[in-house]
Design a protein. Structure first.
Length: 355
């Protein structure tokens, strides 16, 4: 018996569907396959965009510096003249300017510490019942940082006297991290002029999360030290002596740098005029006090040069002289027209040099 031929295909490579129409119909039956990508509706919300790097802001400040290059050069020249003058002058000049600048900054922050209260606090740690101890501590910190010590670029946390607590939670944002981010931006902006860099750092202070109560004083003192970092005589650049308009935070970097240069220019001129008066007074006082015997007149003249306002207890503590000798010489200086009594009271009187 002859075997029947097999009805199955022997060539397994041949496709089962050979007609084009049948192929299309077969693909339509595959309902479980996804459609083409271009036919899918885009109903998803947009994803988060990549944040620009922290250093991207430097370009805006570099453009502002280029637009104000001529004025920046003029202000830098005046700061250089102040630096040279303080380098050649007595140390008391720096201390006096620091006290004046700190007192003016206190009004900017709303603490409103007067020069006489500040002088008593710094020299003798005396305060009245109406004084805010925290405000005095903030202004005292400002005076210390404006008169010397390492700058903020060495260790910002040490410069600010702020550290993370030892028992801080692991997920809490650390102050050292915020300070490190601010310092990283300032380091990346090393090609900018110190005055421009100081202005940028001041206006980035709160954005970096460094702000707290009194942060305006901290930011201004830090910026003042950065602006004068290239000098050797001036420890800080005056910012508030001519008014606080340069420290107003509003507008684009070009506007902020414009106000900053105006404010610094006015503050430097105010400081220079003040030093002119101090120098003239020093020559006049030395001549008028030549006939006074003892070491108290010389020591008292130094104290009056360093401090904007001086009381008899302050002079006694700073000179080491007896109270009777201090009072006697204060009366003599007042009779010679070298000092003036400012309070008009019988007790707790304060004197200043008559410029």
């Amino acid at each position: 018996m002859k075997p029947q031929a097999s009805t199955f295909l022997d060539d397994f490579d041949d496709p089962l569907i050979t007609i084009e129409g049948d192929e299309e119909a077969h693909e339509e039956d595959l309902w479980f396959l996804p459609g083409p990508l271009e036919e899918e509706p885009d109903d998803l919300p947009p994803g988060p965009r990549a944040e620009p790097p922290d250093t991207a802001v430097i370009d805006d400040w570099a453009k502002a510096e280029g637009a104000l290059a001529a004025r920046l050069a003029r202000v830098a020249g005046r700061l250089g003249a102040l630096d040279d003058r303080l380098l050649r002058g007595p140390n008391g000049w720096r201390h006096r300017l620091a006290l004046i600048e700190a007192a003016d900054l206190s009004w900017l922050a709303g603490d409103r510490v007067s020069s006489d209260r500040l002088a008593l606090w710094i020299s003798m740690r005396l305060s009245g019942a109406q004084d805010d101890p925290e405000a005095l501590a903030r202004i005292g910190w400002a005076v210390r940082r404006l008169t010397g010590g390492p700058g903020p670029k060495v260790d910002l946390a040490a410069f600010l006297d702020r550290r993370d607590p030892e028992n801080i939670e692991d997920n809490a944002e650390r102050f050292e991290d915020r300070a490190g981010g601010w310092l990283a931006v300032m380091t990346a902006a090393s090609d900018l002029h110190p005055i421009t860099r100081a202005c940028m750092g001041y206006h980035l202070w709160s954005m970096a999360g460094l702000g707290q109560h009194g942060d305006q004083i901290e930011a201004a003192v830090t910026a003042a030290r950065i602006a004068a970092s290239d000098g050797s005589g001036a420890i800080f650049a005056p910012l508030a002596m001519g008014g606080a308009g340069g420290l107003r935070a509003s507008g684009l970097p070009l506007e902020r740098l414009d106000r900053w240069l105006d404010g610094m220019d006015s503050a430097i001129l105010t400081a220079m005029r003040h030093l002119d008066g101090i120098q003239v007074w020093g020559v006049r006082a030395k001549s008028a006090m030549a006939q006074l015997s003892g070491r108290t007149p010389v020591a008292l003249r130094k104290v009056l040069t360093e401090w904007p306002l001086t009381s008899a207890p302050m002079a006694e503590a700073l000179t080491g002289a007896s109270r009777a000798a201090v009072r006697r010489n204060l009366v003599r200086l007042e009779e010679r027209g070298l000092i003036r009594e400012m309070t008009g009271q019988g007790r707790f009187r304060m004197w200043r040099i008559d410029i």
